[in-house]
Design a binder for this molecule. Structure first.
Ligand SMILES: [Zn+2]
Length: 466
């Protein structure tokens, strides 16, 4: 059985989970205040990307204070008239993204080095070590003298040539991050205050706060991420959750993850049976509604082009109730999300697994089924969401998440191994007479593959909180 060497999440540590609150529908003045902050927030991030994402700064990104001090002194904040409680988080956000960008680049180059057959083993080891030690990596990129990594000492290597090669690779693959969307911003705890059924935000005018009414009454003392929507905003608040180890969680569970029934386990039990009913009516209705809106919008446009703005305005007023449409959509989405989480929790509580085995994710671009319609896109996003939440909850409860290659798990009969027939949700094997659901047959095949040693622990279950 393949094992992966890495740090495990451990009990007692914490993980950050995100809680979401929603604003009520907001008036135009409040909305334009929020949009203005989001636009400036994006400008600050882009300014930081412009200045600090190059190779010259690769070694001065941590700690963030150096850059923060320079950005405090550069005059941009005053020029934008953006309060500190937004400005500094925009800077910190951008620096974090630059760091992530570098981490991805290093990972990519590491892969290229490994795959490069023109490099010898010692040369690969040298390059990989340089990628690992940031101070040496920075010196190499900037053509400065540097120490040899300990592991490379005493080995005859043409380090000048290798350093050159690394610089070329970085130049070729380094991209500058850029924020196009101006729909989000963060505010620090001292920039907001809960009260009167909403939240008061620091405005651009001293001592004046902007009131944003909320749909729910919880209050947090955390930095908040605002994501702007058509007529309101979603507030995302990171909250620390303690990782718990359950001594009575001992079983291994094998399950299929589906769009209709969320989880089908190899023992026949199911969780999230109503998922399909919740997701599909919503997506179909949205699709229909979107088409209808498109038709009305074109009609209104035609009237306007025809010199009849009164008629156009009346269609828009009566039929394009965006607010109502948006809030219903948001509510249904929130219901589905709540349902998914409740059902994952129920499965964990009832099955008490020490280990969960699921099929590997089907890679994007390799799937044959493709649909332009909005409903399937939405379904896919829920499927991704289910896996993500499952991985997260596994980490919180110290449950190992394992994967087996999903190839053949749907098609082959779990009882006899012959190729079966699939019709809608049913699976029928003509050789041995096995008649079951595709989901259950798949779950049983996952169990079989696992028993045959074809499973590995997932990457997701290794992500630690930091
Ligand atoms: Zn069979």
């Amino acid at each position: 059985m393949q094992t992966v060497q890495t740090t495990q999440t451990s009990p007692g540590k914490t993980l950050t989970k995100t809680i979401t609150q929603h604003t009520k529908a907001l008036d135009e003045e409040t909305l334009s205040f929020l949009r203005g902050i989001a636009e400036d927030y994006a400008k600050v991030k882009n300014a930081v990307y412009e200045r600090y994402s190059g190779i010259r700064h690769v070694n001065s990104l941590t700690p963030v204070y150096g850059i923060l001090n320079e950005m405090r002194a550069c005059g941009l904040r005053e020029q934008l008239n953006l309060p500190v409680v937004y400005y500094e988080l925009a800077v910190a956000d951008a620096v974090a993204n630059i760091k992530t960008n570098w981490a991805f680049l290093k990972k990519k180059i590491n892969g290229l080095v490994t795959a490069d057959e023109s490099l010898g083993d010692d040369e690969k080891m040298y390059l990989r070590t340089v990628l690992k030690v940031n101070s040496i990596f920075a010196a190499v990129l900037n053509g400065e003298p540097h120490e040899l990594p300990d592991r490379a000492k005493g080995i005859p290597l043409d380090t000048d040539r290798l350093d050159n090669r690394l610089r070329r690779m970085v130049r070729k693959h380094l991209t500058k991050p850029k924020t196009e969307s101006a729909r989000v911003f963060k505010v620090s705890p001292n920039g907001c205050r809960y009260g009167d059924g909403g939240i008061y935000l620091v405005s651009r005018t001293p001592r004046r706060r902007v009131f944003v009414p909320l749909r729910s009454g919880e209050q947090y003392d955390r930095q908040i991420l605002f994501v702007l929507e058509e007529t309101g905003a979603a507030l995302h608040i990171p909250v620390e959750t303690r990782i718990r180890k359950h001594e009575d969680y001992t079983d291994t569970v094998f399950m299929h993850i589906g769009d209709q029934v969320m989880f089908t386990l190899s023992d026949g039990s199911v969780y999230g049976e109503a998922l399909g009913r919740m997701v599909f009516p919503e997506t179909l209705r949205l699709d229909r509604k979107n088409r209808e809106r498109g038709r009305l919008m074109r009609e209104a446009e035609a009237y306007r082009a025809d010199g009849r703005p009164d008629k156009a305005a009346s269609i828009e007023d009566n039929n394009l109730g965006r607010k109502k449409y948006d809030s219903r959509k948001a509510r249904e989405r929130a219901d589905t999300i709540r349902y998914i989480n409740t059902e994952i929790n129920r499965m964990l509580r009832e099955k008490k697994p020490a280990r969960i085995v699921i099929p590997s994710r089907v890679l994007k671009g390799r799937t044959k089924h493709y649909s332009r319609t909005v409903n399937l896109k939405l379904t896919r996003s829920f499927r991704g969401y289910v896996r993500e939440r499952l991985a997260f909850k596994c980490r919180i409860h110290c449950v190992e998440l394992w994967e087996v290659n999903s190839k053949g798990t749907g098609r082959l009969c779990a009882a006899c191994g012959a190729e079966g027939k699939m019709w809608k949700d049913d699976f029928v094997c003509e050789r041995c007479g096995n008649h079951t659901t595709i989901a259950l047959n798949t779950a049983k095949n996952i169990e079989k593959k696992y028993q045959d040693g074809e499973a590995i622990q997932t990457f997701e279950s290794f992500l630690t909180a930091d």
